[in-house]
Design a protein around this ligand. Structure first.
Ligand SMILES: [Fe+2]
Length: 63
């Protein structure tokens, strides 16, 4: 389940990364700020899921 959730996060990170590049190129500073904020949220969620898997779920599943 964590792997599936991370696949979604990774997809979102790629999409927001593209949108951020487009917003920068077009000089859409308000959109750029909102997209960057969302991108950071997605990256943080991905990190939390990695820590959850590595610190708890994967070791428990291996026993
Ligand atoms: Fe997400």
């Amino acid at each position: 389940m964590i792997a599936a959730a991370q696949a979604v996060e990774h997809y979102e990170i790629t999409r927001y990364g593209t949108l951020l590049a487009w917003a920068k190129q077009r000089g859409l500073s308000e959109a750029e700020g909102l997209i960057k904020e969302t991108l950071v949220e997605e990256e943080n969620t991905d990190q939390i899921l990695s820590e959850l898997a590595e610190d708890a779920i994967n070791p428990a599943a291996a026993t």
